[in-house]
Design a protein around this ligand. Structure first.
Ligand code: IPD
Ligand code: CA
Ligand code: CA
Length: 258
């Protein structure tokens, strides 16, 4: 039942992205200079929440544009109505809807749908992860130097030692390819499907990573904070890898040699 509602909700959100993509829509700005929210973000969020609430009116919902609705249920739906809004607003098809479902504080299910790429990712705790219904697994590169990585940069730059640019520079100077797609949820799904060997980012919000981190774990990868501790989507830093390069990547994100 939860799975059906999750898939219905994500499909409804995805339809809104398709409806507005490359068309005309209103854009407003959140905090920061380039932090847009579009009419499509609101339409996708509404379509998703309507479907969840029709079946589960008492479930906790945390959604990026609306915030928290009905707290205090053992089930919590964590929604990013468009992840990759800047891409979306510029007609770049690397954007998606992301929904994670927690039960008693544990992520039990997640879906990420990138309608313009025709990719639907789904994961259930203990049951593996799929792309368009086919099982996916992480890649098998065993060293950082042989890996293809992806990262993202926060809207408001984080000026700290081992910040986003320092880590990026270090990897690039060594010749490691590091991509920047602009959608953390897709970054995570592409680690899960083996396209990337690792993803790291400073300062994500729970809705960016809720579904994607379960996807990586269920595809056989490892997800932690920058210290290598078990991951929680309620703290900012994420390191998600194929598992094989994880320890080496912990060194990298902490500014140590690799
Ligand atoms: C953003 C994307 C981006 C990441 C940012 C996120 P949004 O989400 O996931 O890849 O670098 O940190 O805020 O604003 O497009 O939903
Ligand atoms: Ca996001
Ligand atoms: Ca968003």
């Amino acid at each position: 039942m939860i799975k059906t509602i999750l898939l219905n909700a994500i499909e409804a959100g995805g339809k809104e992205l398709q409806r507005f993509f490359n068309g005309e829509f209103k854009i407003t700005n959140k905090e920061g200079i380039n932090n847009p929210v579009t009419e499509a973000d609101h339409a996708s969020e509404k379509a998703i929440i309507d479907i969840i609430q029709k079946s589960y009116p008492d479930h906790f919902i945390l959604s990026e544009e609306t915030g928290e609705i009905i707290t205090g249920s053992e089930y919590k739906w964590i929604i990013d109505p468009i992840d990759g809004t800047i891409n979306f607003a510029n007609g770049i098809p690397i954007c998606c809807v992301s929904i994670g479902v927690e039960k008693n504080g544990e992520m039990i299910m997640g879906a990420v749908y990138a309608p313009m790429l025709n990719e639907l990712y789904f994961a259930e705790k203990g049951q593996g992860a799929t792309l368009n219904g086919k099982k996916i697994s992480v890649g098998n590169k065993a060293t950082v130097i042989s890996s293809c990585l992806v990262t993202g940069f926060p809207y408001t730059y984080l000026d700290e030692p081992n910040g986003p640019l320092q880590i990026f520079e270090k990897l690039i100077r060594k010749g490691v390819p590091v991509r920047r797609l602009g959608s953390a949820a897709i970054d995570l799904c592409w680690v899960a499907s083996g396209r990337f060997d690792g993803f790291y980012e400073h300062k994500l919000a729970a809705w960016d990573s809720a579904a994607g981190f379960l996807m990586v774990q269920e595809a056989g990868g490892k997800v932690t904070d920058f210290k290598g501790n078990p991951y929680s989507p309620y703290q900012p830093h994420i390191l998600a890898t194929n598992g094989l390069i994880h320890n080496e990547m912990v060194e990298v994100v902490n500014g140590k040699a690799f």
